[in-house]
Design a protein around this ligand. Structure first.
Ligand code: FES
Ligand code: FES
Length: 154
């Protein structure tokens, strides 16, 4: 076991864990941040997506050793000053979540996209979200929510 400091949603968090432990396990089982979902646990669904130093990562496939001293953003840390992030507003406005299991991963992957391409087109969005699976929505409303966020609508 090692002592590792992470910065999670703006706060230093110290965990004692094996270096190979997946970040998803640390977040959910040690830090009780359950917004990142355990879907396939094998890099195939995107439900566990979080941002590590601003880059979208599948937390089920990211060992803790790669997170030492890094900034981790989970869905719990996305709203600021009591206001939802525009992506959260638009996912709600355009009914882009049904069961919600994929939603935190979709939103964080979309944030990574918007941080890189502030006004993405539909093809950018579909390309970025290709690894995030949704069994409920048919994707159209998700794409619309991200598109509108890029246009500045909320
Ligand atoms: S739970 Fe990580 S990609 Fe599916
Ligand atoms: S809303 Fe149910 S899996 Fe996407």
């Amino acid at each position: 076991m090692d002592e590792i400091t992470l910065q999670v949603n703006g706060e230093d968090r110290v965990v004692v864990a094996e270096l190979w432990e997946p970040l998803l396990e640390t977040l959910r089982d040690r830090l009780h941040l359950i917004g990142a979902k355990r879907g396939c646990d094998d890099g195939g669904c995107g439900a566990c997506t979080v941002l590590v130093d601003g880059a979208a990562r599948y937390s089920c496939m990211t060992p803790l050793a790669r997170c030492r001293g890094k900034e981790i953003l989970t869905i719990e840390g996305l709203a600021a000053n009591g206001h939802l992030h525009p992506l959260q507003e638009n996912f709600s406005r355009y009914d882009a979540a049904q069961c919600g299991y994929c939603t935190s991963g979709m939103i964080l992957m979309s944030k990574a996209l918007l941080d890189k391409i502030p006004h993405p087109g539909e093809s950018d969005i579909r390309w970025y979200l290709v690894g995030n699976l949704c069994r409920c929505t048919g994707y159209r409303k998700i794409v619309q929510a991200v598109l509108e966020t890029g246009k500045g609508s909320k």
